[in-house]
Design a binder for this molecule. Structure first.
Ligand code: PAF
Length: 284
C-alpha cells in the first residue's frame, strides 16, 4: 500500500477534496485525535468498503479538553499512526496544527442543547461543544460523503447525528460497533495510561455492562435495580471511582425508569487517574 498523502494546511486539504469531488469520487472520513488502535482501523476498514477515497484526520482538539484534563499528556504517536493509516489503505491524512485549525480570535462554537449537558457533559462541561465545533470545521474542510464514528463514544455519536440533522450538514454519519480486547475491554487511546493492576480493574466496566445486558435478557426492566447492581459490581474494584452509571433512552439520552424500546446502559469510571467510558445497547 502507498503511504497516504499528508496534508497539513486547510488550503491543501480543501484542494485535495475539491479535486476528488470534481471527479465524482465519494470521500469516507475518519476524524481522530491520533494514538490510533484497532478500533480506529475498523472505522477506516469500513470507510474503505463504502467509499472511493479515505481521509483520516489527526488533531488533538484543545477545545474539547477542560482545565486539568489530559490535553498536554494525550498520546501523540504520529509515525505509528501514519503506518496504521498506510496499512488500512487511507489515501490522505489531514494533520493540521492548532494555529491552522483555530484562528487566535476564534469565537464561534457549535452547541447541541440538552444532549451535551448530560452523562459525560456533567463532569466535562464544554467538552461536547468543542467536539461539535471541531467536527463541523473538519466537515467544512474535508467535505466528506460519509463520516465514521465509534459507538464507544455513544453520546458523541448521538450529538453529531443531531448536529448534522439540525444544521443540514451534507454528510452521512455512520455509526460503527465498539471494538474490544479479547477479554472485553473496549479499545481506547486512554488505555495506554493504565498500569497492569489498573488494566485488570478496567475490565470491571465491560463485565458490569454484560451483566446488565444479561439481566435485561432475562426479563429485568427496572432501571434503578439495574443501575444499583452495576454500581455494586463496579465498587468491588478497589481503584474504581464512579463518575456515572446510567440507563438512558438511546435517542434522547434521558434517564429511563423502565427498559423499553432502545436504551443504553452507559458508564464513566475513573480507574486511578484514567477516566474510562463504555456502554451497551439494551433492547427490551
Ligand atoms: O472521538 C474523537 O477522537 C474526537 O472526539 C473527535 C471526533 C476526533 C473530535 O476531536
Amino acid at each position: 500500500m502507498p503511504d497516504p498523502i499528508v496534508l497539513k494546511t486547510i488550503v491543501e486539504m480543501s484542494a485535495w477534496s475539491a479535486k476528488a469531488l470534481r471527479k465524482d469520487k465519494s470521500i469516507g472520513f475518519v476524524p481522530t485525535m491520533g494514538a490510533l488502535h484497532a478500533g480506529h482501523k475498523s472505522l477506516i476498514d469500513r470507510a474503505r468498503k463504502e467509499n472511493d477515497l479515505i481521509v483520516v484526520s489527526i488533531f488533538v482538539n484543545p477545545t474539547q479538553f477542560g482545565p486539568g484534563e489530559d490535553l498536554d499528556k494525550y498520546p501523540r504517536t504520529f509515525e505509528a499512526d501514519e503506518k496504521l493509516c498506510t496499512q488500512a489503505g487511507a489515501d490522505a491524512l489531514f494533520f493540521p496544527d492548532r494555529k491552522e485549525m483555530y484562528h487566535e480570535a476564534s469565537r464561534t462554537y457549535v452547541e447541541v442543547g440538552g444532549l451535551q449537558d448530560v452523562l459525560c457533559g456533567m463532569s466535562r462541561p464544554g467538552h461536547f461543544r468543542g467536539v461539535a465545533t471541531v467536527v463541523t470545521k473538519l466537515f467544512n474542510i474535508v467535505r466528506p460523503t460519509r463520516a465514521y464514528f465509534g459507538r464507544k463514544d455513544a453520546q458523541q455519536l448521538r450529538i453529531l447525528q443531531t448536529m448534522v440533522r439540525d444544521l443540514n450538514q451534507p454528510v452521512e454519519v455512520v455509526p460503527c460497533e465498539i471494538v474490544r480486547e479479547p477479554d472485553g475491554l473496549a479499545l481506547s487511546s486512554r488505555n495506554a495510561y493504565l498500569s497492569p493492576r489498573e488494566r485488570k480493574q478496567a475490565l470491571g466496566l465491560s463485565k458490569t455492562l454484560e451483566h446488565c445486558k444479561q439481566a435485561v435478557a432475562k426479563g429485568e426492566r427496572d432501571a434503578m435495580k439495574l443501575i444499583g447492581a452495576m454500581a455494586e459490581m463496579l465498587e468491588e474494584e478497589p481503584d474504581a471511582e464512579i463518575d456515572y452509571v446510567a440507563i438512558v433512552n438511546a435517542a434522547t439520552l434521558e434517564d429511563v425508569t423502565t427498559i423499553a424500546g432502545e436504551c443504553l446502559a452507559a458508564l464513566a469510571v475513573r480507574i486511578g487517574k484514567t477516566r474510562l467510558i463504555d456502554n451497551v445497547r439494551l433492547n427490551a
